[in-house]
Design a protein around this ligand. Structure first.
Ligand code: GTS
Length: 218
């Protein structure tokens, strides 16, 4: 399998963390796609992913799977523990809901803020910007962080008692927040404590070095 991604990207981080959690790193090689050069908007990349976003999983039979949630679901179904997307119908439903909520309320909102209300990936890539929309999404993300703080006051992980895909997605949101210098509100201590705990996970710590070619071939 191949992963087309950009090693420091918050969305790519989601798949890298999922791979490491499942112990599947040795089964993939990484292909670097430069966001700053706009390589993800070129026809040859759009043929792999119509949406022009990273990451994309390429299977050995030539199938391309885009969207972090879909890629994580695929990897989770392969083998290994922990289960990231739930086992019972209840777990699956709650994890999917909280994962989507982490996207809608934090990660995707920060992404819109980045692309619309900051220079984003630069003038060659950001061909349409709407700063007002971007700033509204920034405010939405800040409210979203407060929501997740409340959730994490009641339970240790985003979807309940166990680590899941929803934790990985919210973590991606906070990586993005750091990149664009949006601080987690100081009163959100449960969210801050959870973030610190997430950073201690080996899958999180090793995500940037995973694409080292030597490691990729192990
Ligand atoms: N819904 C998609 C998913 O879940 O995979 C979003 C993917 C996404 O936005 N990826 C970013 C991207 O391609 C990568 S990164 O910003 O995290 O590095 N952004 C470039 C763009 O032009 O939108």
């Amino acid at each position: 399998m191949k992963i087309h991604d950009w090693h420091t990207g918050p969305y790519p981080a989601r798949v890298r963390i999922a791979l490491a959690e499942k112990g599947l790193q040795s089964r993939v090689t990484f292909v670097s796609v430069s966001l700053r050069k706009g390589e993800h908007k070129r026809p040859e990349f759009l043929a792999k992913n119509y949406s022009g976003t990273l990451p994309v999983l390429e299977l050995d039979d030539g199938t391309f799977i885009a969207e972090c949630t879909a890629i994580t679901e695929y990897l989770d179904a392969l083998e290994g523990l922990p289960t990231l997307t739930g086992t019972t119908p209840l777990e699956k439903g709650v994890i999917h809901m909280m994962n989507r909520r982490a996207e809608l309320e934090v990660l995707d909102a920060i992404s819109v803020y980045f692309h619309h209300a900051t220079p984003g990936l630069g003038p060659d890539v950001e061909i349409y910007q709407n700063a007002e929309w971007g700033l509204r999404q920034r405010d939405k993300a800040m409210r979203g962080m407060c929501y997740f703080d409340e959730v994490l006051r009641r339970q240790p992980f985003v979807a309940g008692e166990a680590f899941s895909m929803a934790d990985i997605t919210l973590f991606g949101g906070l990586i993005f927040a750091e990149l664009v210098k949006l601080p987690v509100p100081s009163e959100c201590d449960a969210l801050r404590a959870w973030y610190a705990r997430m950073q201690e996970r080996p899958s999180v710590r090793n995500r940037l070095t995973m694409s080292d070619p030597v490691k990729a071939q192990v």
